[in-house]
Ligand binder design. Structure first.
Ligand SMILES: Cc1cc2nc3c(=O)[nH]c(=O)nc-3n(C[C@H](O)[C@H](O)[C@H](O)COP(=O)(O)O)c2cc1C
Length: 157
């Protein structure tokens, strides 16, 4: 029987094992930051686009106001610890690339890191943003894409 529910219990029903991503942004000082994201989606076929929803309190939000590029990274199974680190610590306090010993090569768009141990990476330029309550949806146009055939996609349960 369908019944009226409080919000957390209805959210829990809708929360299937789902894909999780990492977004790389550039800090104002030129270093890089990482954020774990569950709220992202493809939003256009041509031109190719991804949207990411970033909380106003996140340091990544501040970074994206300044440098209008992000790399959307699809992590591999071996990057579980990096997802935990990037989803629990803020780039205001730590350098997640150093703390997570992250291996990368520079991207082709704005030289933002393309994570070597991920399974795919999309280099995006922010072309619009929409305030959505306490988050902002940043819409990025994909300019370059990368893949790694040797790794398996991480799923969040
Ligand atoms: C599994 C998981 C999914 C998350 N999804 C999002 C998300 O979609 N949007 C968001 O703003 N924060 C999300 N977060 C929280 C941020 O990753 C977290 O607040 C992070 O420490 C912010 O880092 P920053 O301050 O360096 O930007 C998620 C965290 C976890 C663990």
């Amino acid at each position: 029987m369908m019944q009226k529910s409080n919000l957390p219990e209805a959210y829990a029903k809708a929360h299937l094992p789902s894909k999780v991503s990492l977004a790389v942004t550039q800090k104002p000082d030129g270093n890089y930051n990482l954020i774990t994201l569950e709220w992202f989606m493809r939003t256009s076929i041509q031109p190719p686009m991804f949207a990411i929803s970033v909380g106003h309190s996140r340091y990544s939000h501040e970074c994206l106001q300044d440098v209008r590029f992000f790399n959307l990274v699809f992590p591999s199974l071996e990057q579980k610890e990096l997802l935990t680190l990037s989803g629990s610590k803020s780039g205001r306090e730590i350098d997640k690339f150093a703390a997570g010993d992250v291996k990368y090569i520079p991207g082709k768009l704005a030289k933002l890191p393309v994570l070597s141990d991920a399974i795919a990476c999309f280099e995006c330029e922010v072309i619009s943003q929409v305030k959505s309550g306490d988050h902002t949806i940043f819409v990025g146009e994909v300019k370059h894409s990368w893949k790694n055939d040797e790794k398996e996609l991480f799923f969040f349960k």
